[in-house]
Ligand binder design. Structure first.
Ligand SMILES: NC(=O)c1ccc[n+]([C@@H]2O[C@H](COP(=O)([O-])OP(=O)(O)OC[C@H]3O[C@@H](n4cnc5c(N)ncnc54)[C@H](O)[C@@H]3O)[C@@H](O)[C@H]2O)c1
Length: 218
């Protein structure tokens, strides 16, 4: 069995960002019954240079065979483990509104190693309910439940103006990472990993590209 590290220190972030696509591509090939895949085939799919693929995969224990390439089954096993998708980490979500409840409904997160064990909110209409079988508690219960449930990842989906106070609460409890979906930039001790995610930033890039293309075409 391949052990997951969930601590792949020194691996460049662009490499980590490409790996889920390598994994998805390999899973597709596995379903079609393909046994081996070459770096050129992966590179064509990704629209990048084959040497980049070889370099990225060299951070893992995947070994290619001359002329046949990489074994697809090993790619799937090693990449999912390398990316930390095979070991479950527990998370708390704070802010069970529109976005928060969408994340609570996303069963796919579990396939990627994230188990949301509890949600928190302040709205009496939401507190005490279950969303996709995950209980929503009042934020005042955070400290006690954090102690009990020992989640190491905090997900923030509250209005931006409350993001810092929620981050402070999570940091005081001792989370190792915060996945911040708000547009606020939070400040936490350096040993806490913060990942900011925004659909709207990606949308702005799309708008910028299509509008620039349109202007160029005029
Ligand atoms: N990253 C993205 O792509 C993306 C997409 C949509 C929304 N957002 C952001 O996510 C956040 C939530 O957006 P939404 O549309 O779900 O809003 P929403 O109003 O539907 O939900 C926010 C929830 O947070 C709760 N809340 C408020 N203060 C709280 C506190 N101190 N502690 C606990 N819960 C609290 C509210 O009761 C509400 O249920 C906003 O910051 C928004 O900008 C980000």
């Amino acid at each position: 069995m391949v052990q997951s590290s969930k601590k792949n220190q020194g691996v460049p972030e662009p490499t980590i960002r490409r790996m889920p696509s390598y994994l998805a591509f390999s899973e597709g090939l596995l379903k079609k019954g393909q046994e081996f895949v070459s770096s050129t085939q992966i590179a064509n799919y990704m629209n990048i240079d084959p040497t980049q693929v070889t370099k990225d995969l060299s951070y893992t224990s995947i070994v290619g065979k001359t002329r046949v390439g990489y074994e697809v089954r090993a790619m799937v096993d090693i990449l999912s483990s390398f990316l930390g998708f095979t070991v479950m980490d527990q998370a708390f979500l704070v802010g069970a509104g529109s976005l928060g409840s969408a994340l609570l409904h996303d069963d796919g997160l579990e396939n990627f190693g994230l188990d949301i064990v509890a949600a928190f909110d302040v709205n009496p209409g939401i507190v005490g309910k279950k969303i996709n079988d995950i209980e929503v508690f009042h934020i005042d219960q955070f400290r006690d439940l954090a102690q009990e449930m020992k989640a190491i990842i905090g997900i923030i989906t509250v209005p931006a103006e409350y993001a810092q106070s929620v981050a402070d609460l999570m940091a005081a409890w001792g989370v190792k990472a915060i996945w911040n979906f708000t547009p606020a930039r939070i400040k936490v001790p350096d040993d806490i990993v913060v990942q900011n995610t925004s659909l709207y930033a990606n949308l702005a890039i799309i708008f910028n590209k299509i509008h620039t293309d349109k202007e160029e075409a005029l």
